[in-house]
Design a binder for this molecule. Structure first.
Ligand SMILES: [Zn+2]
Length: 190
Protein backbone atom coordinates (compact mmCIF):
# COMPACT_ATOMS: atom_id res chain seq x y z
CA UNK A 1 0.00 0.00 0.00
CA UNK A 2 1.12 3.51 -0.81
CA UNK A 3 -0.15 6.81 0.58
CA UNK A 4 -0.72 10.26 -0.90
CA UNK A 5 -0.90 13.57 0.94
CA UNK A 6 -1.59 16.90 -0.72
CA UNK A 7 0.26 19.96 0.49
CA UNK A 8 -1.96 22.81 -0.65
CA UNK A 9 -1.53 26.45 0.29
CA UNK A 10 -2.21 27.05 3.97
CA UNK A 11 -2.39 23.42 5.11
CA UNK A 12 -1.45 23.08 8.76
CA UNK A 13 2.12 21.86 9.23
CA UNK A 14 0.81 19.69 12.05
CA UNK A 15 -1.55 17.96 9.63
CA UNK A 16 1.36 17.10 7.33
CA UNK A 17 3.37 15.84 10.32
CA UNK A 18 0.40 13.68 11.37
CA UNK A 19 0.10 12.24 7.84
CA UNK A 20 3.80 11.38 7.91
CA UNK A 21 3.56 9.75 11.34
CA UNK A 22 0.53 7.66 10.38
CA UNK A 23 2.06 6.57 7.06
CA UNK A 24 5.19 5.51 8.94
CA UNK A 25 3.14 3.59 11.54
CA UNK A 26 1.20 1.89 8.74
CA UNK A 27 4.49 0.84 7.10
CA UNK A 28 3.36 1.99 3.64
CA UNK A 29 5.70 1.24 0.73
CA UNK A 30 5.79 4.93 -0.16
CA UNK A 31 4.25 8.11 1.21
CA UNK A 32 4.25 10.70 -1.54
CA UNK A 33 3.55 14.34 -0.73
CA UNK A 34 2.19 16.24 -3.72
CA UNK A 35 2.86 19.96 -3.47
CA UNK A 36 0.13 22.19 -4.88
CA UNK A 37 1.04 25.69 -3.70
CA UNK A 38 -1.54 27.39 -5.93
CA UNK A 39 -4.46 25.36 -4.60
CA UNK A 40 -6.28 27.22 -1.82
CA UNK A 41 -9.22 26.90 0.54
CA UNK A 42 -12.26 29.10 -0.14
CA UNK A 43 -11.39 31.25 2.88
CA UNK A 44 -8.12 32.23 1.17
CA UNK A 45 -9.69 33.11 -2.20
CA UNK A 46 -10.86 36.75 -2.34
CA UNK A 47 -14.53 37.01 -3.31
CA UNK A 48 -15.11 33.23 -3.49
CA UNK A 49 -17.81 32.19 -1.01
CA UNK A 50 -19.85 29.27 -2.42
CA UNK A 51 -23.11 28.84 -0.53
CA UNK A 52 -23.58 25.73 1.60
CA UNK A 53 -19.87 24.93 1.73
CA UNK A 54 -17.46 25.54 4.63
CA UNK A 55 -14.51 27.97 4.33
CA UNK A 56 -12.17 24.96 4.28
CA UNK A 57 -13.62 23.83 0.92
CA UNK A 58 -11.07 23.70 -1.91
CA UNK A 59 -12.69 24.19 -5.35
CA UNK A 60 -13.22 20.75 -6.93
CA UNK A 61 -10.45 19.33 -4.79
CA UNK A 62 -11.30 15.69 -5.38
CA UNK A 63 -11.24 16.13 -9.14
CA UNK A 64 -7.62 17.23 -8.67
CA UNK A 65 -6.60 14.86 -5.88
CA UNK A 66 -7.98 11.75 -7.60
CA UNK A 67 -6.35 12.68 -10.92
CA UNK A 68 -3.01 12.60 -9.08
CA UNK A 69 -4.00 9.34 -7.39
CA UNK A 70 -4.88 7.79 -10.76
CA UNK A 71 -1.52 8.89 -12.18
CA UNK A 72 0.18 7.34 -9.12
CA UNK A 73 -1.85 4.14 -9.67
CA UNK A 74 -0.84 3.98 -13.32
CA UNK A 75 2.82 4.50 -12.40
CA UNK A 76 2.85 1.88 -9.63
CA UNK A 77 0.40 -0.67 -11.04
CA UNK A 78 -2.10 -0.18 -8.20
CA UNK A 79 -5.57 -1.62 -8.82
CA UNK A 80 -7.42 0.36 -6.14
CA UNK A 81 -7.54 3.99 -5.06
CA UNK A 82 -8.93 4.14 -1.52
CA UNK A 83 -10.67 7.27 -0.26
CA UNK A 84 -11.72 7.86 3.35
CA UNK A 85 -14.84 9.92 2.73
CA UNK A 86 -17.69 9.34 5.16
CA UNK A 87 -21.46 9.83 5.02
CA UNK A 88 -21.25 13.28 6.61
CA UNK A 89 -18.96 14.39 3.75
CA UNK A 90 -21.26 13.08 1.02
CA UNK A 91 -24.12 15.23 2.34
CA UNK A 92 -22.08 18.44 2.00
CA UNK A 93 -19.66 18.01 -0.90
CA UNK A 94 -20.72 17.09 -4.46
CA UNK A 95 -17.19 15.91 -5.25
CA UNK A 96 -17.37 12.95 -2.86
CA UNK A 97 -20.69 11.53 -4.05
CA UNK A 98 -20.89 8.07 -5.65
CA UNK A 99 -21.96 9.40 -9.06
CA UNK A 100 -18.89 11.64 -9.17
CA UNK A 101 -16.55 8.74 -8.40
CA UNK A 102 -18.33 6.48 -10.90
CA UNK A 103 -17.69 9.10 -13.59
CA UNK A 104 -14.06 9.54 -12.54
CA UNK A 105 -13.41 5.80 -12.54
CA UNK A 106 -14.89 5.53 -16.03
CA UNK A 107 -12.80 8.49 -17.25
CA UNK A 108 -9.57 7.09 -15.78
CA UNK A 109 -10.12 3.68 -17.36
CA UNK A 110 -10.99 5.38 -20.64
CA UNK A 111 -7.87 7.52 -20.57
CA UNK A 112 -5.34 4.86 -19.59
CA UNK A 113 -4.70 1.45 -21.10
CA UNK A 114 -2.95 0.39 -17.88
CA UNK A 115 -5.82 1.47 -15.61
CA UNK A 116 -8.33 -0.17 -17.95
CA UNK A 117 -6.33 -3.43 -18.00
CA UNK A 118 -6.06 -3.31 -14.20
CA UNK A 119 -9.80 -2.50 -13.85
CA UNK A 120 -8.91 0.38 -11.54
CA UNK A 121 -11.49 0.88 -8.78
CA UNK A 122 -12.08 3.90 -6.58
CA UNK A 123 -12.97 2.32 -3.24
CA UNK A 124 -14.65 4.23 -0.39
CA UNK A 125 -15.08 1.84 2.55
CA UNK A 126 -16.41 4.51 4.94
CA UNK A 127 -18.93 6.06 2.56
CA UNK A 128 -22.03 4.84 4.40
CA UNK A 129 -20.73 5.54 7.90
CA UNK A 130 -21.09 8.70 9.95
CA UNK A 131 -18.03 10.02 11.79
CA UNK A 132 -18.81 8.48 15.23
CA UNK A 133 -19.17 5.07 13.57
CA UNK A 134 -15.83 5.61 11.80
CA UNK A 135 -14.23 6.35 15.19
CA UNK A 136 -15.74 3.19 16.70
CA UNK A 137 -14.40 1.15 13.78
CA UNK A 138 -11.00 2.81 14.21
CA UNK A 139 -10.95 1.87 17.89
CA UNK A 140 -11.73 -1.74 16.96
CA UNK A 141 -8.88 -1.77 14.45
CA UNK A 142 -6.37 -0.15 16.82
CA UNK A 143 -6.03 3.14 14.92
CA UNK A 144 -3.44 5.35 16.69
CA UNK A 145 -5.79 8.28 17.36
CA UNK A 146 -2.98 10.01 19.24
CA UNK A 147 -1.22 10.52 15.88
CA UNK A 148 -4.23 12.03 14.10
CA UNK A 149 -4.87 15.74 13.52
CA UNK A 150 -8.23 17.54 13.22
CA UNK A 151 -7.45 21.20 14.00
CA UNK A 152 -7.69 23.82 11.26
CA UNK A 153 -5.07 26.00 12.96
CA UNK A 154 -1.36 25.43 12.60
CA UNK A 155 -0.09 24.94 16.13
CA UNK A 156 1.62 22.29 18.23
CA UNK A 157 -1.61 21.18 19.90
CA UNK A 158 -5.31 21.13 19.00
CA UNK A 159 -6.99 24.45 19.87
CA UNK A 160 -10.35 22.82 20.81
CA UNK A 161 -12.25 25.89 19.57
CA UNK A 162 -12.17 25.70 15.73
CA UNK A 163 -14.76 23.79 13.67
CA UNK A 164 -12.44 20.82 13.19
CA UNK A 165 -11.69 20.50 16.90
CA UNK A 166 -15.33 20.93 17.94
CA UNK A 167 -16.44 18.26 15.45
CA UNK A 168 -13.71 15.91 16.73
CA UNK A 169 -14.79 16.42 20.37
CA UNK A 170 -18.49 15.87 19.49
CA UNK A 171 -17.85 12.76 17.38
CA UNK A 172 -15.62 11.04 19.95
CA UNK A 173 -18.27 11.78 22.61
CA UNK A 174 -21.05 10.37 20.41
CA UNK A 175 -18.87 7.33 19.63
CA UNK A 176 -18.33 6.70 23.36
CA UNK A 177 -14.57 6.57 22.82
CA UNK A 178 -12.04 8.55 24.88
CA UNK A 179 -9.91 10.76 22.63
CA UNK A 180 -6.27 10.34 23.72
CA UNK A 181 -5.61 13.94 22.63
CA UNK A 182 -8.51 15.54 24.52
CA UNK A 183 -7.56 17.96 27.30
CA UNK A 184 -8.40 16.76 30.86
CA UNK A 185 -11.68 18.70 31.16
CA UNK A 186 -13.04 16.93 28.05
CA UNK A 187 -12.09 13.51 29.38
CA UNK A 188 -14.39 14.22 32.34
CA UNK A 189 -17.27 15.02 29.98
CA UNK A 190 -16.88 11.74 28.13
ZN1 LIG B 1 -8.69 23.59 16.35
Amino acid sequence: MRALTFEYKGIAGSELAAANAIAKRACVLEHRIVRLPDLRESADIPGFRPSGLPPSYIPLRNGIFYAFAASFAEETGAINIIGGHNKDDTEVFADVRPEFFDSLQKAFRGGSRILRTNSLKIVRPLERMRKPAVIRLGATLGVPFELTWSCHRDSEEHCWSCDGCLARERCFREAGIVDPLAPPKMEKIT
